[in-house]
Design a protein around this ligand. Structure first.
Ligand code: ADP
Length: 487
């Protein structure tokens, strides 16, 4: 099976969140399962440090954007030294410090940037005569591709190719003023409630849902949740209407990047057979955050998160005083909304000997927290898949999570009666429920024998791509046979 994997971010070249991790590892897993995969993404400023290795393979590819023809260069490189990856280069759109916007807000021309990227991907297929069996699109930035393949001027070229659309985060749908519609080159007949229209505006993500041959989100539980008004962000009706082609496939993780036994970014490596390296990592982490070593024998709570409402950040302020009265350590790494930056910076000033805060995006520090903390907090309001809780399990850092989406699917609540489970879960989105759940973890920490068993059970969990990769293959096969039935 020939697959073109289209993504707005791919680790290690560009990353804002879990989508990049998935885009960097799922294609590799698919190759292991026998697929011939190519990946394509925009050529952002962050990709430039690899430039020398990535020559231009196609110059001046003509791409239509409304009435203009704007040429792109296409660069060719490698993903994980194994797979071809292509980059669409048009500096006016992608040569910027951030991928989608600055901390002050989204870039004003995001609609244009990603319509252009989508059209460039298809123009490149045609220019090179490339005909994959599957075009796999990810999130709103690439969600117009399926509609463009079916209704664009060159639709006959794409007739035999099936499309799969993956929803990684339904809260970000790419909703823009109707004025951008003419840039898509799509017929106005699609601008209807059953198509791309969304309350008078254009909704890119709807394109993927309505016109994709198969669709999925990144956990079983979330595939059900998004069909309800609470989690559908206005698209639950559309998803119910297309539920026959919707499945949930849990994200796998890349244990070549996230494994304490081999991780080069942490102070000392360790395995479930010898946890001494984890203690070294804890001590180093306390130093990194300039926290006193007398916290070493107390639970150290870690957070790595985008500081936005989705991640449950508003649950912290009501409980932090109570929590820190427990003589525990707390370290946080994240960026997001200004008001949360301020809240956490003030917290560090108030509790300089217990709370370490780093408002930044720092991949190496993320690894150090996974390794050095004892408990990982992830109280998300909603969580499509979630990767950090899975990394935490492997690093022996016990996750405390809210029972939603992928968090619910990957963490088993600790049961003191049977001494089973891999973490701690709470249900209601409420600070008190969160607090009691963290307290359950903190109390168990003092029972050294049971705590170690809990840590080891977590480390033994296997969320590698093998299983989920096979499910994507099945989804591809379904999409291909659906497409065949339509031509
Ligand atoms: P989401 O994609 O919703 O942000 P996930 O848990 O699926 O959440 O994935 C988040 C990914 O981004 C993880 O690899 C995590 O380590 C990383 N990450 C998030 N915030 C930061 C940060 N401030 N610095 C470094 N890595 C971060």
């Amino acid at each position: 099976m020939k697959v073109l994997f289209v993504s707005p971010e791919v680790y290690p070249y560009a990353k804002t969140g879990g989508l990049a991790d998935v885009s960097g590892s799922l294609p590799v897993a698919l190759k292991k399962l026998g697929c011939e995969v190519s990946v394509i993404m925009p050529y952002y400023a962050s990709v430039r440090r690899y430039t020398e290795a990535f020559p231009v393979c196609l110059q001046d590819l003509p791409v239509n954007l409304g009435s203009r023809v704007l040429p792109a260069d296409v660069r060719h490189g490698w993903l994980d030294h194994k797979l071809p990856i292509y980059f669409i280069q048009r500096d006016e759109f992608y040569d910027r410090t951030h991928l989608y916007g600055t901390p002050k807000g989204d870039y004003f021309d995001n609609a244009e940037r990603f319509i252009y990227f989508s059209k460039a991907v298809l123009s490149w297929c045609q220019a090179t005569g490339f005909k994959p069996d599957i075009v796999h699109c990810n999130d709103w930035q690439t969600a117009l591709v399926p509609a463009m393949m079916r209704f664009g001027v060159d639709k006959y070229y794409f007739d035999s190719m099936a499309t799969v659309f993956t929803i990684h985060n339904i809260a970000y749908q790419g909703v823009f003023d109707v004025s951008v519609f003419s840039l898509t080159g799509l017929p106005w007949e699609l601008f209807v409630p059953d198509g791309l229209e969304f309350w008078g505006r254009v909704n890119f993500m709807k394109g993927g849902i309505v016109y994709g041959d198969a669709i999925n989100t990144v956990s079983q539980k979330h595939s059900q949740e998004i069909q309800t008004p609470e989690f559908g962000f206005g698209l639950d009706g559309v998803l119910r209407a297309h539920s026959h082609k919707l499945v949930g496939i849990l994200n796998g993780v890349d244990y070549e990047v996230w494994d304490p036994a081999t991780d080069p970014l942490i102070a000392a490596n360790y395995t479930k057979h010898d946890l001494s390296g984890k203690r070294k990592c804890k001590s180093e982490l306390l130093n990194t955050y300039r926290l006193p070593q007398d916290l070493f024998n107390r639970p150290l709570l870690g957070v790595i998160s985008r500081l936005v409402e989705q991640k449950g950040v508003d649950l912290y302020p009501p409980i932090m005083d109570k929590l820190l009265s427990q003589k525990i350590g707390f370290v946080l790494l994240g960026t997001g909304e200004e008001k949360y930056h301020k809240y956490f910076m003030d917290l560090a000033k108030k509790y300089p000997d217990q709370a370490g805060i780093r408002i930044a995006y720092d991949n190496a520090l993320a690894h150090k927290i996974e390794a050095g903390a004892d408990i990982f907090l992830m109280p998300s309001r909603y969580e499509p898949g979630g990767l950090n809780q899975i990394y935490s399990l492997r690093y022996g850092t016990v996750p405390v999570v809210r029972a939603t989406g992928g968090l619910d699917d990957t963490v088993e609540d600790y049961n003191p009666e049977t001494n089973t489970g891999t973490g701690f879960k709470f249900g209601p989105y409420d600070p008190e429920a969160f607090f009691s759940c963290v307290m359950r973890a903190i109390k168990l920490y003092d029972d050294k024998a049971r705590w170690k068993q809990l840590v080891l059970r977590g480390m033994e969990q296997d969320f590698s791509w093998e299983k989920s990769g096979k499910k994507y293959l099945e989804l591809y096969e379904k999409a291909v046979s659906y497409r065949k039935s339509r031509i």
